[in-house]
Every structure is written in C-alpha cells, then in structure tokens.
Design a protein around this ligand. Sequence first.
Ligand SMILES: Cc1cc2nc3c(=O)[nH]c(=O)nc-3n(C[C@H](O)[C@H](O)[C@H](O)COP(=O)(O)OP(=O)(O)OC[C@H]3O[C@@H](n4cnc5c(N)ncnc54)[C@H](O)[C@@H]3O)c2cc1C
Length: 344
Amino acid sequence: MTLVEIAGAGLAELTCARLLADRGHRVRLPPPRPSAPTVGADPRPLLLTGPTLELVGSLWGGGLIEDGWPITHRHARWGAGPSPAPFPQPGRVMDGVLLAARMRERLGAGDRSQEPPEWTVTATSGEQPVHERPVHEQPVHEQTGRRRLLAGIAPLRRRRDQDTARLDCTALGWLHLTPLGRGDCLVQAMVPGPAQAPAELLAGLLAESAFDALLRRPPRTAVALAAAPRVHLAPAVPPTLGSGGLLVVGAGALRYDPLSGTGTAQALRTAILAAAVIDAAATGRPATALCAHYTDRLRAAFREHLHTCLRLYTTAFGTGPWQDEIDATRAALRTGRQPLRALD
Ligand SMILES: Cc1cc2nc3c(=O)[nH]c(=O)nc-3n(C[C@H](O)[C@H](O)[C@H](O)COP(=O)(O)OP(=O)(O)OC[C@H]3O[C@@H](n4cnc5c(N)ncnc54)[C@H](O)[C@@H]3O)c2cc1C
C-alpha cells in the first residue's frame, strides 16, 4: 500500500484521496473544515450540470449536492445573434467550499503516521502571482492570454427568473448569470486583459446586456479573477531516491476558461488520472512513464480546449478588443508544447 500525502482540501485533491483509499492506499489528509456555512465565509458558487453531476454522483454517491439551488433551464445568446428561446437544462448551484467540506468529512481521519509519503497530491501549483514573482523565476504554467472574470452578487427583480442560468454577450465580452436562491444571483463577465475597478466595469457591461432588465441593481462589489486557460508545465514528478513523487491536480494543473462550464468536471478528471498513476506505480509500472503520460493527457486536453476557445471567441468577438486573446490562442496552438506521445 502506498502512503500518499493529500496536501489540500480542494475538490480534486479530496476526490483523488477517495479513489486512492478505495483502492487500499493510505492517504494522509489535511484536518477537516466545518461543513456548516460559517458567518463571513467566502462562498464559491459552482453551477454543476449534466455530466458534472453524474461524475460527482458516480465518484462520491448521493447526499453531497442534492440540496444545492435547483436550475431547470438555460438561456444562451452567443455573439451578436438573436436571442433564442430558453431550453431545459437541469443543474444545481452549490457552494464549492461546502461541497469540499462534505467530501472531507466522508474521508474520516486518514493515515496518522509520520512516515515520509511516496507521493504528494496537491492542487496548488506553487506559482507566485506575477506581481510577486522574482524576475528570474520561470513561470510554471503555459498560459494563453490575460483575460479576467469579473464576479459579483446582485438581487434579481423577479422570482420567476430564479430557475434559469443565462449567457449573454456585449461588444466587450460575455456575461453569465447564475441564480443562487433567495432572490440573489451571481453575475460574471469575461473581459480581455487586466481589469481595473471591477465593480464599475461589471456595472457598465451589465447595463449594455440583456441582464440589466433582470436585476434590481448591479453588484455593489466585484472581484476580477485571472481566468485565461493554462496548463502546468511539469504537473507530475516521479519519486526519486530520498524524495517522494508529486502530482498537481485540479485547476492548479489545468485551468479551463470558465465559458466551458466544465471546470469542476475537468478538475475531477485530473484526480481520477492522478489516482490511476499512483495505483499503477504501486503495481510496479515505471513512475517516469506514468508521469509522462499524465503530463501528456493534460496537454492534449489543454490543446483541445484551446481549439474550442478559438472557435467560440472568433465567432463572437472576431475583431476589436479580443484580438490579442485570439492571437495568443492561435500562437499557443501553433507553438505551444505538444503532447509527447500518442494517448490511449
Ligand atoms: C470564478 C470561477 C467560477 C467558476 N465557476 C464554475 C462553475 O460554475 N462550474 C464549474 O464546474 N466550475 C467552475 N469553475 C471551475 C472550478 O471552480 C474549478 O475548476 C474546480 O472547482 C477546481 O477544483 P480544485 O480542486 O482544483 O480547486 P478548489 O476546490 O478551489 O481547491 C484548490 C485549493 O484551494 C483550497 N481552497 C478551496 N477553497 C478554499 C477556501 N475557501 N479557503 C482557503 N482555501 C481554499 C483547497 O484546499 C485546495 O488546496 C469556476 C472557476 C472560477 C475561477
């Protein structure tokens, strides 16, 4: 049995822990966080739909997300086209912090030994934010573009809008509205490049969009989060004599543009793959080849995602402010690191 250190309590790390424990490996876990929402806690609302819900259910069983806010429909207008009718798309809106706390509770105490682990699984990439990074330090990710996601919470005008997730576009970027229940919604807007004064920028975009009519007012505060796709350059390091192996999972390994709406599913897939690497290494398969395979799979998924981004962003924002992001995506597909070998 392999001893694995799980270095954090994110969705991908905990899912990897669960899979490893199920296969009989020893997992050392961070201490649990309370699953009851605490006053002042910073919620991370996630909209989970079809395949993501199925994946969470198949990996963890029931009881984790059923009390999330239910969404029944989706309404999506992409680019400058006309507004199509909403269509049925069931989903749940779940606080990612609460979900992770519930997963952690299910894992119990874990291994309590002081032995050095054979592997460490982490969702933290170890990269410093650009403004804190010493000039000589190389980035650990390949990143495509500089886009930012603005996010804030606002009250809906009508209760009947609480069951539909919406996507709309302005000339500067796309916007997403996720109902949260109790009359509130999360509004997000993707803009190309850095964003000063996020609340003002978000309010301006909302005023230009179809969401303006749905909200009682724009969010009072907003954050601007780095949201350009990126992939870790060395997400898997095999164990060597005297030091354990390392696997980076989740968004630390592979970050999708939130437009995909599949970030959580993707994070869980990295966890499945990382658990398979550790499990296969325990049966004697060479860890170096397994780590190369892990890296390749991530790069292949990243390139496929970039192709999707290129297709969507050129359709909706072919000229103007998005040109630099589109050019960066084309350049990454032309010159970025390719998977090293054929994937199975
Ligand atoms: C703004 C935004 C919106 C998104 N919306 C969606 C969505 O609607 N649907 C979807 O499927 N995906 C969405 N994603 C993607 C999704 O959040 C991530 O891909 C997925 O949750 C990553 O899981 P993870 O295990 O890598 O990270 P996380 O679960 O975020 O964990 C990463 C690390 O952060 C730590 N951590 C987590 N929460 C806290 C906290 N509160 N305090 C301190 N440390 C913490 C964990 O311990 C862990 O080590 C969104 C991403 C962003 C940035």
